[in-house]
Design a binder for this molecule. Structure first.
Ligand SMILES: [Zn+2]
Ligand SMILES: [Zn+2]
Length: 142
């Protein structure tokens, strides 16, 4: 993606832009997809048509949805996939299914508890904190 503050190319999960030091999703001066100049109140990029409101490559994922998915479907890592954490989701899914078979369900239980705890953690965060840690940032676990 392009830094929305300085327009330089930056890793989508970077906490701060290496060129300007500002979180790359914080400002609204440049399009994250094509890098052209945008207005702060613009909702769509005039060049590439991408939505500028979501503020992040992962989109503005709902805290409540992620929390509830973790609590109810955490045993197969659905909340990880929802947040775009495919690697972590896959780990939970595989450990839960394959580990569950090998350990007669113990691993599945452990993964369910991790999902439950993570879901509760998501719900206890403020919206801003949640977005900072899990949407704009990349906190894979807890
Ligand atoms: Zn920058
Ligand atoms: Zn664009």
């Amino acid at each position: 993606m392009y830094c929305r503050n300085c327009g330089k190319e930056v890793h989508p999960q970077a906490v701060a832009c290496p060129s300007c030091g500002v979180p790359p999703h914080l400002e609204k001066k440049f399009c994250p997809t094509c890098g052209i100049t945008t207005q702060p109140n613009q909702s769509l990029c005039t060049k590439c048509g991408v939505s500028l409101i979501s503020g992040s490559a992962a989109g503005d994922k709902g805290k409540v949805a992620a929390g509830l998915l973790g609590i109810f479907l955490g045993c197969i890592g659905i909340h990880k996939f929802y947040l775009g954490y495919n690697n972590e989701g896959l780990i939970m899914l595989l450990v839960s299914i394959i580990g569950g078979i090998v350990t007669c369900g113990v691993a599945t239980g452990v993964i369910s508890i991790i999902g439950l705890i993570e879901g509760i953690i998501y719900l206890t965060k403020s919206d801003e904190e949640f977005a900072k840690l899990y949407v704009r940032g990349h906190k894979g676990w807890f």
